[in-house]
Design a protein around this ligand. Structure first.
Ligand SMILES: [Zn+2]
Ligand SMILES: [Zn+2]
Length: 390
């Protein structure tokens, strides 16, 4: 929409220059004709711009920015995303012959930023073996990794560097923060306020976050509002106040208590990220677990140029990077339901290392399970999973 306004303004300048010249050349009946022509040209431009916006990928993603304050919001987001995936458990019939590398799975290193280092699975050494499953990261793993942002900021990277790392090939553009934004508050009322005032009342990252992290947040949050508008995410307003649906916003926030957040809004005044002239869909997740993924590999649909998978070694510094679950071969065999478990195959993964399909081979058959179902079985929050034996 900001594009449209710019177009409009430059068109009007052009028109007023031309006007003076044309005035001297044309008879009186020529003016209405010219006015009608100008109107038609403008209409064509408007239709072209609108059509361009509508053809942008309208991904059904659920962004939220509440990494630190509200982990539960991340859960919701992941659950919504996961629900869009194919049905959970599917049985495959007889036991196909599987060849899996017989190497021992990697013993849980915490720097699993390489997809190749994730265990592809193995034969089960015996009925007494205990599986130690590990899950790296949480949530969908597309776009910006907020734990990664945090530790990159602490390591001294600046926000442009960080944004350019997680979003491929973006352009940093500027809007005017005095532009009006329609916000639906917690009380259900829709208020029109400036972009600046909206950002000041966001309730996302805490005030003690590193400054470059906060700047990443506000550039992405500002961009996100515009992408909502372009995609018509809501009818009658641009964004709501829910962190699960849009971005956490509180019309009653005591702005004075957040000097660092406020400074980051000012320091990034007007900055947004664009791709092909449109505000990007600034997807992010709590932690990518060592590697983000291409949007289509997690959500399906067409590839979006700036949502490409990237290795990320920074989020591994978080104490919440790895979740672990031990389970005996007997228990796992029982849960999977293929008799005595002989072999586990986790080699079918996304480029970012998330299990697409896990295959279990036992004495009475073979079962395929989606990565999502595998994660749910252990209470994990993402299918970036591997195991070793204890
Ligand atoms: Zn919303
Ligand atoms: Zn990460």
């Amino acid at each position: 929409m900001f594009q449209l306004q710019q177009l409009k303004i430059s068109f009007e300048n052009l028109a007023s220059d031309a006007w003076a010249k044309i005035r001297k050349l044309l008879p009186i009946w020529g003016f209405p004709a010219i006015l009608i022509s100008l109107g038609l040209i403008f209409l064509v431009i408007q239709v072209a711009v609108t059509a361009g916006g509508a053809s942008k990928p309208a991904k059904a993603y659920k962004p939220e920015w509440n990494r630190t304050a509200n982990e539960a919001a991340g859960d919701t987001e992941q659950a919504v995303q996961a629900a869009a995936q194919p049905a959970a458990l599917s049985s495959a019939s007889s036991s196909a012959v599987l060849t899996i590398p017989t190497t021992t799975p990697v013993q849980g290193s915490t720097a699993v930023d390489s997809v190749a280092s994730l265990s592809p699975g193995s034969a089960v050494p015996g009925p007494n073996a205990v599986f130690v499953f590990k899950c790296y990261g949480r949530a969908h793993g597309v776009g910006m990794c907020m734990d990664g942002v945090h530790y990159r900021a602490e390591a001294g990277q600046d926000y442009h560097q960080i944004l350019n790392y997680y979003y491929t090939g973006i352009t940093l553009s500027k809007i005017d923060d005095s532009m009006p934004v329609k916000v639906k508050g917690h009380d259900g009322a829709v208020r029109t306020m400036s972009m600046h005032d909206y950002l000041m009342k966001l309730q996302e990252e805490p005030n003690d976050s590193p400054m470059e992290e906060l700047k990443c947040l506000y550039v992405a949050a500002r961009t996100y509002v515009l992408s909502c508008r372009v995609r018509n995410k809501h009818q009658g307003y641009d964004v709501c106040s829910s962190g699960d649906c849009c971005q956490a916003f509180d019309e009653n926030k005591s702005v004075a208590n957040y000097p660092n957040n406020n400074a980051a809004v000012e320091a990034t005044a007007g900055e947004i990220m664009t791709s092909e002239g449109q505000p990007i869909i600034a997807a992010y997740c709590g932690s990518c677990g060592g590697h983000t993924d291409n949007n289509e590999d997690v959500w399906g649909g067409s590839p979006i140029s700036y949502l490409r998978g990237k290795p990320d070694s920074y989020c591994a510094q978080s104490p919440r990077f790895v979740a672990t679950k031990e389970i005996s071969t007997g228990d796992l065999s029982g849960r999977v339901g293929v008799g005595e478990l002989k072999l586990v195959d986790l080699s079918d993964r996304t480029p970012g290392g998330r299990v697409r399909t896990a295959k279990f081979v036992g004495s009475s058959g073979t079962k395929n399970m989606t990565g999502k179902a595998l994660a749910e079985m252990f209470g994990f929050r993402t299918p970036r999973i591997e195991y070793s034996f204890r």
